[in-house]
Every structure is written in structure tokens, then in C-alpha cells.
Design a protein around this ligand. Structure first.
Ligand code: NAP
Length: 246
């Protein structure tokens, strides 16, 4: 039977690479997002606002039915919680709306999707991959909402793994800076700043979306059958290095 992967945030920089990699690995890819993904990134697209789905059971039901239709007979084997909201603001300027939206999209929606698709994932002896971040461990000013949500997502990965045991494997992939089109656009005309970012990483470069996608393909594969509850840091060594002056 054909295996299927449900990937949230399919239109994003890493989402598109995940779509391509899982398609190349033979999966039927069901992508989601607020606006349709361009090109042939996925085999089927289901529109969803995860901010809404996190707190609205009726909307979640409609979404789940649409995903089940989109499977078209394939077996849901992998759920990748990849979508994220990243709203930057200093602590004294962070609105409660921004805080709630971040937690809804980055934490509550992933949990609700696991609950919703648990029967399919269990029947397929499948797995969940949460896309975390180095911000779960070390962060920067103005990242309070995002960093907290990612730390909680890493914690959720462990809790789900312990609770679900052998039913469904749950892992987390935590990248450092990845050269998505959006990240690269932010450095346009700022070559020195980009080189500084690269130099923070012991490997002296940032990651590629395809590298993140290949790591996810590995975590979903039988080669990772003994991995659950674990977080794989794809960080070019940045978290291993102190950044105070020599
Ligand atoms: N790029 C990096 O350097 C980096 C580093 C570490 C971790 N990560 C993590 O990697 C994942 C992907 O990041 P990315 O760089 O590819 O981000 P991105 O290009 O900004 O894409 C984010 C995706 O999330 C979706 N999304 C945002 N809010 C949503 C909502 N309310 N409902 C449904 N979908 C929503 C967006 O889709 P729509 O706009 O269509 O809704 C978009 O496809 C995220 O979890 C991020 O935290 C990225």
C-alpha cells in the first residue's frame, strides 16, 4: 500500500523541501497551509489555519475529513508538524494575541493533529516528526513567544513518546538557521551580516532546506526504528559553541 505523509506549512522554505523529499522517497504527500502551495510540491493540498484548528473542534473535524479524502487510499504513515508562527517583539511589547497565536500554531495544533490522526498513524506503525528549533535551547532578544513554544514542542515530543510507547514513534528535528528563500531575502545586500551568521557555526555555514528534509526522511525510515522521544539537532555545531569574546 502507498504510504502518505501529512506535512503542515508545505508552502514554506523547509515545507517545500520536505514535500519534494518525501515524494522522492515514494510517499503520497498531503500538504497544508493557509494558502495553496504552488507547483507540484504535494500530491494534494488541504487548506487549514492552524491558529483556528487549535481551538475549534468543528474546524478540526472538517480538516480531518478533507485529509482522509486526500489520502485516496494511501496509508497515513508520517505526520510532520512543520508550520510555525514566528512573531518577534520585546517582552514589554508582546501582545497576548501574538502569544496565543504562537502557542496555537506551534504547540497546540501539533498536539491536536497527533490526537486526531493517532488511529491512522498507529494502524500504519507510523511516526510523528515535530520540527523544533535551536531556539528551544538558546535564543535571542524578542524571541520569547517563539522560543517558549519550541521548548514546549521539544517537551511535547518526549511526553508523546513516553505516552504512546510502541504505538507511534515521535521525534523532533531541531534546525539552526536554514537557507530558506525568506531567510536569504532578509540578508539581501547585507553580505557582511550573512558571513557573520555563517561564522557563528563551527561548520562555517548555515544549513540547506534539503538537508533538513533528508534528516526528516531518515527519522521516518526503518533505519530510525529505535528512535523515539529524541531531538536531532541539525545545527552546524552552533549550540556547542560559546559566543562570548575570546
Ligand atoms: N528557516 C529556519 O532557519 C528555521 C530554523 C529552525 C527551525 N525552523 C522551523 O522550521 C519550520 C519551517 O520553517 P520555514 O523556515 O520553512 O518557515 P516559513 O518559510 O516561514 O514557513 C512557515 C509555514 O508555516 C505555515 N503557517 C504559518 N502560520 C500558519 C497558520 N496559522 N496556519 C497554517 N499554516 C501556517 C505557513 O503557511 P501559510 O502562510 O500558507 O499559512 C508556511 O508554509 C518551522 O517550524 C520553523 O520554526 C526554521
Amino acid at each position: 500500500m502507498t504510504r502518505a505523509a501529512l506535512i503542515t506549512g508545505i508552502s514554506g522554505g523547509i515545507g517545500a523541501a520536505l514535500g519534494a523529499a518525501f515524494k522522492a522517497a515514494g510517499y503520497r504527500v498531503i500538504g497544508t497551509g493557509r494558502k495553496p502551495a504552488g507547483g507540484d510540491i504535494c500530491d494534494a493540498f488541504v487548506e487549514a489555519d492552524l491558529n483556528r484548528i487549535a481551538g475549534d473542534d468543528a474546524a478540526l473535524d472538517v480538516f480531518a475529513k478533507a485529509v482522509r479524502n486526500a489520502l485516496d487510499g494511501a496509508e497515513l504513515t508520517v505526520l510532520i508538524n512543520n508550520a510555525a508562527a514566528q512573531i518577534l517583539a520585546p517582552v514589554d511589547g508582546l501582545t497576548m494575541d501574538a502569544w496565543r497565536r504562537t502557542m496555537n500554531v506551534n504547540l497546540t495544533a501539533p498536539f491536536r493533529l497527533v490526537q486526531t490522526f493517532l488511529p491512522e498513524l498507529e494502524a500504519a506503525r507510523g511516526c510523528v516528526i515535530n520540527i523544533g528549533s535551536v531556539h528551544a535551547q538558546a535564543t535571542k532578544p524578542e524571541f520569547a513567544a517563539y522560543a517558549t513554544s519550541k521548548a514546549a514542542l521539544h517537551g511535547l515530543t518526549r511526553a508523546l513518546a513516553v505516552d504512546l510507547g510502541a504505538r507511534v514513534r515521535v521525534t523532533c528535528l531541531a534546525p539552526a538557521a536554514i537557507a530558506t528563500p525568506m531567510l536569504m531575502a532578509g540578508f539581501e545586500g547585507r553580505e557582511a551580516a550573512f558571513q557573520e551568521l555563517e561564522a557563528c557555526h563551527p561548520l562555517n555555514r548555515i544549513g540547506a532546506p534539503e538537508e533538513a528534509a533528508q534528516a526528516a526522511v531518515f527519522l521516518a525510515s526503518p533505519a530510525a526504528a529505535f528512535a523515539t522521544g529524541t531531538t536531532f539537532y541539525l545545527d552546524g555545531g552552533v549550540l556547542s559553541r560559546l559566543h562570548d569574546p575570546v
